[in-house]
Design a protein around this ligand. Sequence first.
Ligand code: ADP
Ligand code: MG
Length: 265
Amino acid sequence: MYLEYYGLKEAPFTVTADTNLFFKSKHHQEALSALLYGIKERKGIILLTGEVGTGKTTLCKVLLKEIPPEFKTSLILNPYFSPTQLLRAVVEDFGIGLKRYSKLDMVYALNQLLMDTFLNNSNAVLIIDEAQDLTPRQLEQIRLLSNLETERYKLLQIILVGQPELREKLGLPSLRQIKQRISVSYHIFPLEKEEVEEYVNFRLELAGALNVKFEKDCFEYIYEFSKGIPRLINILCDRALLAGFAKNKRIIDSNLIRLCIEELK
Ligand SMILES: Nc1ncnc2c1ncn2[C@@H]1O[C@H](COP(=O)(O)OP(=O)(O)O)[C@@H](O)[C@H]1O
Ligand SMILES: [Mg+2]
């Protein structure tokens, strides 16, 4: 591909959620602080929403790296399970082995583990990504997990991560019980206009770009196209590098960017 041509060690604009490429934008930093605060203060249920491609999954993975290693954690990326299977996935992620996985056994074992964790001054965190896809029954199961508490403290911190529809879903009258328990909530907005250039150069630099540069006037168009959504920035910039390679240009200018935008429309 174009990697060698530009002197790149790796593809700078992959669309996987890679924590090594994490750019600390203003909003991403705020989101991370909100999540860490909610965990530290044992807030119970925490909500993180954002449009597709704004970096929610990336943030979940960064969060796992920031959480003290002794904390128990479980990250559910695609919650397409029945409520009982969801419970089992959590139990297994927390390292609990059981003879029988009946609901009662699982809840009992989980409660024990959470109590021990709490008594050891540690904490337990469950992160559920794509939570906009959770059914009301699954959400109810999650609410029951958040009932595991001492008189004063929540034993399990639950982070629900999802697209903006998740907020609408939680607005349903039948889900008001879980909604009332959300005590920390953050909606992640895309990158600010002036962050786009920094973001692109940050990713290029990490990928070891020696022989490639985006001209300054590109960023206006990149922002206009992406509205600051990292996934769209990545798709466009990847396309631009490919086009530059095809045209033998190591300097990406705004004409090339505009051409790529036309192609992507
Ligand atoms: N803060 C960030 N730093 C670096 N890359 C990011 C950041 N936010 C998003 N991305 C990139 O954008 C793409 C989409 O991110 P992702 O976490 O999958 O978004 P979401 O889960 O919100 O749909 C990925 O390629 C990811 O690497
Ligand atoms: Mg995601």
